[in-house]
Design a binder for this molecule. Structure first.
Ligand code: PLP
Length: 356
């Protein structure tokens, strides 16, 4: 159901690459579906919305994104529902965040309905690519970048909006051993940690590589000033179960406002489970693991879904959480969220955007 307000020119691929994809062994982000969407921003407006066969794009070496990093992305997923319909999970939330990222990076706004309709049209055309399997989905990657071919630090006059999709399976296949980062920072006050700006991820790679060399799967980011408060888990939000309550860092300019985070907090509230969004001290978590108050910890995000933490390393010491396989909250939240996403339960919050 693509509204007639957005005119998209469609050029279909001559043959589908779908038969070449091994759906029993999907590596995250490596198999792209047959088509992509592109649109241009020029003369102060969005134009030229096209769906094309997935392929290379031409660029000038002077293109401003390559020099000054004016680019950001989004991540959301499409699912095959139990009744066979195709649905995208809460795309309006991503549209909203897309424009927050754009604003912070001095890039143009993309009206929410254009964002959602573009994605819906692409997903509808490539719906055969959506895996029909538990824990599988079609990952959708919208992004925008500065295209003006000119050096000099100033906002580009032109931009491109693109959307790619990839069939994906589970992102993490095990419980995580994570490290509390006390040297590097992902984001700082006044910075743009709340935006899905490419630069935030470029800066996270060296700390993640060092953590991996020390045997950790992921980093728990802490505040840049004191490294005393928990912020996020890699590129996911972090949630603790403490004394039977759900505790998570409150969102601020250093923290990405996750759609998954929002969804699980809504679900917990609907169960009348107390939810605390506040500053969470590293010391409080480590003490809580020692004295048994912290019973579960997990990362939540579109790519990572809900991934439990087994161990937390801090300054050379390892703190072991109770066996995540017995973590009731994570399991119940995961089940409830999956039942909604795969259309096995009533979608009382209207989170599924039906494409066809
Ligand atoms: C994308 C992302 C998240 C999770 O957001 P979702 O909307 O749930 O996918 C959390 N933290 C960071 C840093 C992210 O990039």
């Amino acid at each position: 159901m693509v509204s007639d307000t957005l005119d998209i020119q469609i050029s279909k691929a001559e043959t589908s690459r779908l038969p070449q994809i091994d759906y029993s062994n999907l590596v995250f982000g490596q198999n792209f579906s047959d088509h992509m969407l592109v649109a241009d921003y020029a003369d102060g407006q969005w134009q030229n919305f096209q769906i094309l066969p997935y392929g290379e794009i031409k660029m000038s070496p002077a293109m401003s994104v390559l020099h000054y990093g004016q680019t950001f992305f989004e991540g959301l997923k499409a699912y095959k529902l139990a009744d066979g319909r195709v649905s995208i999970f809460r795309p309006n939330k991503n549209a909203e965040r897309f424009n927050k990222s754009a604003e912070r990076l001095c890039m143009p706004q993309l009206p929410e309905d254009l964002f959602v309709q573009s994605i819906a049209a692409l997903v509808e055309l490539d719906q055969q690519w959506i895996p029909d399997k538990e824990n599988h989905s079609l990952y959708i990657r919208p992004f925008m970048f500065a295209t003006e071919a000119a050096l000099g630090v100033h906002p580009s006059a032109t931009y491109k909006f693109c959307v790619l999709t990839c069939p994906v399976g589970p992102y993490f296949s095990k419980y995580l051993k994570v490290k509390v980062e006390t040297e590097y920072a992902r984001a700082c006050d006044g910075g743009f940690g709340f935006a899905k700006a490419a630069g935030n991820y470029a800066g996270s790679m060296l700390p993640a590589k060092k953590a991996a060399e020390e045997g950790f799967d992921q980093i728990i980011w802490t505040d840049a000033r004191e490294h005393a408060f928990v912020e996020e888990l890699g590129a996911a939000n972090i949630v603790f179960v403490m004394d039977g309550k759900i505790v998570t860092p409150s969102t601020r300019d250093t923290i990405l406002k996750g759609v998954t985070r929002d969804s699980i907090l809504e679900i917990a509230k609907s169960w009348n489970v107390p939810v605390e969004e506040r500053r969470v001290a590293v010391a409080e978590i480590l003490d809580g693991i020692k004295n048994g108050k912290v019973t579960e910890a997990f990362g939540v995000g579109t790519a990572a879904t809900i991934t439990s933490i087994a161990e937390i390393g801090f300054k050379g010491e390892v703190y072991t959480l109770p066996d995540p396989a017995k973590g009731e909250f994570a399991a119940k939240l995961r089940r409830t969220l999956d039942d909604i996403k795969y259309g096995r339960t009533e979608d009382i919050n209207n989170w599924n955007y039906i494409v066809s």
